[in-house]
Design a protein around this ligand. Structure first.
Ligand code: MG
Length: 311
């Protein structure tokens, strides 16, 4: 890196021209689900086929194994109280990990089991939104074989206060990554059915969110390639940072290309973090990478704003 035209210019600049990609750790088999843990100053992520959870410490600069035989975890995030919420292919559920004690949050829809939750975000009202494709029950190295019990691959909203689980998006073949726009008026969902069939989709759809819990007017936001947009985040300016085979593609709210970060391994997922929230951590096949940016995660900024406005 280091060339301005690779990373955007002027007002659109989201990465400083002097920023460089660093490989922080390696040794995983397929990396996904990174989350920044601010108190521990660590990045935690999933090595899915290795059935391990890994951590990288910014303080020591070292990799450690947080857990083994963990039920094939995938995407994770923090809830409004800063607790880790994660997807489990093996347990076919969303679960919460508090200091190593893992509890089930939601595992069923309509009285039958979920497929294999893949990625999860938490809205400002505390509701959990997650994708439920079938990779964890159809891919032998990413979980256990199983059948699709409710007969679809949906995006769900789970309200823990009422215990209700609602299907909010039902027209995506293989829903994978998801994220809200900064004001939560839009929900982005990737369709990665290209991973299952040669003529499948590799795009991100966008929906208008109405009444805080319904998705309408779905349309294609952007086609992403090479590879698939497995996981992504939205920054405070509304740009979408998505994984692809060749690196991280940054797309403006209108879908235009803003920046590109080449990564030497296939990228699975990413997250913002670091003490000022402006470091991008990239989970890419065997390794965890980072690069400094000039923006923060939209959800983190919105949460801080919401917390500051409380009486
Ligand atoms: Mg994924």
């Amino acid at each position: 890196m280091g060339q301005d035209d690779e990373v955007g210019t002027g007002a659109d600049r989201v990465i400083d021209g002097t920023a460089s990609l660093e490989r922080l750790a390696t040794g995983a088999s397929w990396s996904e689900g990174p989350v920044w843990l601010p108190k521990a100053r660590r990045v935690r992520w999933s090595d899915i086929p290795g059935d391990r959870i890994l951590e990288y410490s910014l303080d020591t600069g070292t990799l450690s194994v947080y857990g083994t035989d963990v039920g094939f975890t995938n995407g994770r995030t923090l809830d409004l109280e800063g607790r880790v919420v994660q997807c489990s292919h093996g347990h076919r559920r969303i679960e919460r990990d508090v200091a190593g004690t893992v509890t089930e949050v939601v595992a069923s829809y309509g009285g039958v089991r979920l497929n294999s939750p893949n990625d999860v975000v938490v809205a400002l009202d505390g509701a959990l939104w997650f994708t439920d494709p079938a990779y964890g029950i159809t891919s032998p190295h990413e979980g256990y074989p199983g059948i699709e019990e409710y007969g679809g691959r949906f995006v769900f909203r789970h309200d823990e206060r009422t215990g209700t689980t609602t299907a909010v998006v039902t027209d995506v073949e293989d829903p994978n990554g998801l994220a809200f726009s900064p004001d939560e008026s839009l929900l982005y969902v990737s369709d990665t059915s290209l991973a299952s069939r040669p003529d499948g989709n590799h795009h991100i759809r966008v929906y208008d969110v109405v009444e805080g819990h319904r998705c309408v007017n779905g349309r294609v936001f952007a086609t992403v390639g090479p590879g698939v947009p497995d996981g992504f985040r939205v920054d405070e300016r509304g740009n979408l940072w998505t994984s692809a085979l060749d690196g991280v593609h940054v797309l403006a709210p209108d879908g235009a290309d803003v920046a590109f970060v080449p990564v030497p391994e296939k990228v699975g997922n990413l997250c913002f973090g670091g003490d000022d929230g402006r470091t991008l951590f990239i989970a890419a096949t065997t390794s965890l990478y980072s690069i400094r940016t000039s923006v923060r995660d939209a959800a983190a900024v919105a949460r801080a704003r919401q917390a500051a406005s409380r009486p």
